[in-house]
Design a protein around this ligand. Structure first.
Ligand SMILES: NC(=O)c1ccc[n+]([C@@H]2O[C@H](COP(=O)([O-])OP(=O)(O)OC[C@H]3O[C@@H](n4cnc5c(N)ncnc54)[C@H](O)[C@@H]3O)[C@@H](O)[C@H]2O)c1
Length: 442
């Protein structure tokens, strides 16, 4: 099939690459010339395991191409996937300007039947707005061209996006048009061979399902983070509590990790946008409002522990920081807890030496030239003469460190672990002071 993917970010590029991997002819469009230049010269603009090889392979075979030419992109695909960003607007609602601009571009150039697929995470009713936007442009052009709008929310996880897309656990399709449904079934058939993964529904239910999924996952995280605070006060260990409840099949083991709060490009903005939709509809989504508030304070939990240990004034102190990305296996720092931690520590006069296996370039871009913040070339290098180590992202390379070396390099043998990576008894037996999240310390 001929497919156009609009937006070559985490979702668009992975979608384009995986669809071309199955033999489709995919043309990816972006308005960001820099990204398209990188892609056309054989690189990729983001870090995502397995993506670079897949992009190179399919580009070399001629099935995957990149362009900034809107007319060519609209002309190319019968299926037009929209995977552009939907960042939060000032009031927390999803900003639809990029989605609607992409829709208008399609309306401007289409000459035959198109299925416009909303893959971006968009509020309920967006499929209708996309349809209306295209109709307005067609009317301006004085032409009548048949098209359908389909909602096809994406559930991939950054850091495992290629694997998730290739082994989808469900394919959600909201469509009211039979021809569009058939085409969507066909494009996803290769991903659905061992069992039918297609969930067909109306567009509004599909749009709401995506927000409901992210809101539920965010709720589990905030719930555990709040319980972790209680566990510290009552002398319980949240890790044991996690095992205790996770073994109940009604609860399950996923997304029960206490930590430094959720970040990334999805949970924070999607929870906000859902609360906003509720507000617009006269419904106060109180649980989700609390989820967001709990997360905001959780991003400061490591700083609170540092302040409890060293006092408010951190002048003259220096800290090693392991992990800048909002989660492992990605360079994405959008809404990452590290951003709050860095600013809160610097604000109190501390110096920071940070290390991340892949997000250092992104961190340099995000933080610019912040006085007091420097970057280490290796995780051990960050530790040298620091008053303590703060662990912010659970990268694999941090999970089994050389504690002897750590003790030797740190000025004080002290760890603030925002991801509960270690056994407290073991670390303490090696002569390190250890503060984790919700692990029985008052
Ligand atoms: N990142 C994730 O893990 C993830 C997972 C599921 C769903 N989503 C959703 O998918 C959408 C995209 O997220 P992302 O993280 O890939 O965003 P991103 O910011 O990484 O990429 C968006 C891309 O769209 C491009 N763009 C903007 N307007 C355009 C236009 N009119 N024409 C062509 N290109 C245009 C931008 O230049 C950018 O490269 C969002 O709605 C997000 O909520 C993201």
């Amino acid at each position: 099939m001929k497919v156009t993917v609009i937006g070559t970010g985490y979702v668009g590029l992975v979608t384009g690459a995986c669809l071309s991997e199955m033999g489709n002819h995919v043309l990816c469009l972006d308005v960001d010339k820099r990204k398209i230049e990188i892609l056309n010269s054989g690189g990729i603009p983001i870090h995502e395991p397995g993506l670079e090889e897949m992009v190179k392979r399919n580009a070399a075979d001629g099935r995957l191409q990149f362009t900034t030419d809107i007319a060519a992109a609209v002309h190319h695909g019968t299926l037009q996937f929209i995977g552009v960003g939907t960042p939060p607007d000032e009031d927390g609602s999803a900003d639809l300007q990029y989605v609607l601009a992409a829709a208008r571009n399609i309306g401007q150039h289409m000459t035959d039947y198109k299925v416009i697929v909303d893959k971006s995470t968009v509020p309920v009713g967006t499929a209708d707005r996309v349809r209306a936007a295209v109709q307005v442009v067609l009317a301006e052009r004085g032409v009548s061209v048949d098209f359908a709008v389909v909602s096809n929310p994406e559930f991939l996880k950054e850091g495992a996006a290629v694997e998730d897309f290739m082994r989808l656990d469900r394919i959600l399709i909201g469509a009211d048009d039979e021809r569009a449904r058939l085409l969507m079934r066909a494009i996803y058939a290769p991903f659905s061979r061992n069992r039918d993964k297609l969930l067909l529904m109306d567009t509004r239910s599909a749009e709401l399902t995506k927000y409901a999924a992210n809101a539920m996952l965010a709720t589990r995280i905030s719930f555990m983070n709040e319980l972790a605070r209680l566990a510290e006060r009552v002398g319980a260990d949240i890790e044991l509590v996690r095992h205790g409840i996770g073994s109940d099949p009604r609860i399950g083991t996923h997304f029960l990790y206490a930590g430094t709060g959720y970040g990334g490009s999805c949970f924070p903005k999607d929870v906000k946008a859902l609360v906003r939709t509720g507000h617009e509809m006269g419904i106060d989504l109180r649980v989700l409002t609390a989820v967001e508030a709990a997360n905001d304070s959780q991003k400061r939990v490591l700083v609170d522990k540092v302040v409890a240990r060293f006092g408010e004034n951190l002048q003259g102190r220096s800290f090693a920081l392991w992990g800048l990305a909002f989660k492992p296996n990605t360079d994405d720092m959008r809404e990452a807890p590290s951003r709050v931690i860095v600013h809160e520590l610097l604000r109190r006069g501390a110096a920071i030496r940070a290390y991340d296996p892949v997000a250092m370039d992104e961190a340099r871009r995000v933080f610019g030239d912040l006085p007091g913040l420097s970057f280490a070339s290796h995780q051990a290098d960050a530790l040298r003469d620091a008053d303590a180590l703060l662990i912010v992202t659970e990268w694999r390379a941090f999970k089994s460190p050389d504690f002897e070396q750590m003790r030797a390099l740190l000025k004080e043998p002290l760890i603030f672990d925002g991801r509960n990576l270690f056994d407290p008894a073991l670390v303490r037996s090696l002569g390190l002071e250890y503060h984790a999240i919700g692990r029985g310390e008052a």
